[in-house]
Design a protein around this ligand. Structure first.
Ligand code: SF4
Length: 198
């Protein structure tokens, strides 16, 4: 991986060098995000809705995940609804809340994610078999960043203390969430959740 002026100016401080490299990778990915007529904020909202479980697909959870204001998120969602990518339904348990979803067009736009594809190709070319190690290091870095700004971790069920694997074995939703008292399908247990507790 080559050095740019801004990265080499970090000198011998590996922490600063790593921070600038992460920042530059993010900028390169964001330059790709404008494809398909979406801006980076709209693209981030689509990505979140593709990753989040049914308890977390709300404007408030999206704002928490992105570290964005409710106003910014609201503008992105209005634009995505106008493009036919996102739906907004009444929440099944809370009449004051809404549940967001992806339309078929939204899922198709998510498949053509040029920013993430650029990064995935770069990881494969740059570190190859060390990708799992890089992912673990970045997870630890992200966890520290979220903790320092008081954000929510958004983990998956298998690392959550409320997860009860195979509590309903043999059914379409074999797992159980003890916090929300709800059965979970395999696919749901791999989605990210705002209520996750390590
Ligand atoms: S087990 Fe944890 S991560 Fe999974 S749905 Fe429940 S609270 Fe969310």
């Amino acid at each position: 991986m080559g050095n740019s002026d801004s990265i080499s100016s970090a000198g011998d401080d590996p922490t600063l060098r790593a921070a600038r490299l992460i920042n530059r990778l993010d900028r390169l990915a964001r330059a790709e995000d404008h494809r398909a007529g979406l801006n980076p904020a709209q693209r981030d909202a689509l990505r979140f809705l593709g990753l989040a479980n049914r308890f977390s697909r709300s404007p408030a959870a999206l704002a928490a995940y992105l570290g964005a204001t409710r106003g910014t998120v609201s503008q992105s969602l209005i634009a995505l609804e106008a493009k036919g990518y996102v739906t907004r339904e009444p929440h099944p348990r809370d009449r004051r809340a809404v549940t967001l979803g992806l339309t078929a067009a939204g899922r198709a736009a998510l498949q053509e994610d040029a920013g993430v594809t650029l990064l995935a190709d770069a990881v494969a070319a740059g570190v190859g078999a060390e990708a799992a190690t890089l992912a673990r290091l970045l997870e630890a870095t992200l966890a520290a960043a979220v903790a320092s700004n008081g954000g929510r971790a958004f983990g998956v069920c298998r690392t959550c203390r409320h997860f009860r694997a195979q509590a309903h074995a043999g059914t379409p939703r074999p797992h159980h969430c003890a916090l929300l008292d709800a059965p979970l399908a395999d696919a749901e247990s791999r989605a990210i959740c705002i209520e996750h507790a390590a």
